[in-house]
Design a protein around this ligand. Structure first.
Ligand code: RBF
Ligand code: MG
Length: 327
């Protein structure tokens, strides 16, 4: 997959099949659309293209609104690549882009720049200045310029429409199992292992890797069964396969010890290597309980033992697919 900016496109791709959107999370609904772009492009021997925005338009249009992203740019690109897209167009969302009239956007970008043959979108897709453009307008302009518009129905899971905002809410509530269904993969956060208090190994007997993460959305405080991937060597120089281990994670302030600050800590099961400063990724499989203030470190130690037994049950034999689920 090639990642391009609009300015990089000198010649339109061959028979462009396009979708446009933020695709935050690249959830099951997004995946349905993107897969359709890939198969349509194959059918007409054209080029599959996803147009997405960076920064997220809401950051520009309503900066006061708190909108934590599910996927940062890099991860979004990786997932879209796995779905088979040939070109990812990252469009800088700025004043000049935001002020394009819908008809101008279609003419200047979709027609002149991309020579689009087919555009595949969800039924609520809105675009152009003040979001005045919709599917109806797109179809009308499509007739004029000679491109097809295909509307994809949203994905429903157990009666509920999959959307990025629903997924954000579920993560904030700690409902990571439902999040897995909606995303088509477990939600994950990544970061570097930093030095903690040392209390895990000295007082508790359960050493934890403390994670410094750039993730914008952290699941609700509590204890989770997780899978942990340790990056073995710096990107680009991969020699060994990254390992996928079982773990148990606490997100919280450690009230038993009277702390205030939020920490992200993972205890990896059956493991005793030093992974300080390594880059790791944690996949949320199941929520086990709330974080509590225990009467003593010993009471907490006993609770963690029980957590570990429960986690093993959830993690054992877990068929784990990191990428999007196969169709
Ligand atoms: N700290 C608490 O104060 N309350 C908890 O309920 C709690 N649960 C934890 C569960 C697990 C599986 C792990 C690994 C840690 C937990 N901690 C909890 C955090 C613990 O206080 C912390 O790891 C040590 O203080 C070292 O930083
Ligand atoms: Mg620690």
């Amino acid at each position: 997959m090639e990642i391009k900016r609009l300015e990089d496109i000198k010649e339109p791709p061959v028979r462009t099949v396009l979708t446009i959107g933020n695709f935050d999370g690249v959830h099951m609904g997004h995946q349905r659309i993107i897969k359709q772009v890939v198969s349509s492009a194959k059918r007409i021997k054209g080029t599959s293209v996803v147009m997405t925005f960076d920064p997220h338009p809401m950051r520009y249009l309503q900066p006061e609104k708190d909108l934590p992203l599910l996927t940062l740019c890099d991860e979004k690109a990786k997932i879209i690549e796995k779905l088979g897209i040939q070109i990812l167009l990252c469009v800088k969302f700025d004043q000049s882009f935001a002020s394009l009239e819908p008809e101008e956007f279609i003419k200047k970008i979709l027609v002149d720049k991309l020579a689009v043959r087919e555009i595949i979108i969800g039924k609520d897709y809105r675009f152009g200045k003040a979001k005045k453009g919709d599917v109806k307008l797109l179809k009308r302009e499509g007739n004029k310029y000679g491109f097809r518009v295909e509307v994809v129905t949203p994905v429903k899971i157990k009666g509920e429409i999959v959307s990025s905002s629903t997924i954000r809410t579920l993560i904030k509530k700690g409902e990571v199992k439902r999040v897995t269904d909606f995303l088509g993969r477990p939600y994950s956060i990544e970061g570097t292992v930093v030095r903690g208090t040392g209390r895990g190994s000295t007082i508790l007997g359960f050493p934890t890797a403390n994670i410094l993460s750039g993730a914008e959305l952290i699941p609700k405080e509590g204890v989770y069964a997780v899978k942990v991937k340790i990056e073995e060597s710096p990107a680009g120089k991969k020699k060994k396969e990254d390992r996928l281990l079982n773990g148990i994670m606490n997100i919280g302030t450690n009230p038993t010890f009277g702390n205030q600050e939020l920490s992200l800590e993972v205890h990896i099961l059956d493991f005793n290597e030093d992974i300080l400063h390594k880059f790791i990724k944690v996949y949320f499989i199941e929520r086990l309980r709330n974080e509590k203030k225990f009467s003593s470190p010993d009471a907490l130690r006993k609770a963690i033992k029980r957590d570990i037994e429960k986690a093993r049950l959830h993690l054992q034999g877990k068929v784990f697919t990191e990428g999007p689920h196969k169709p």
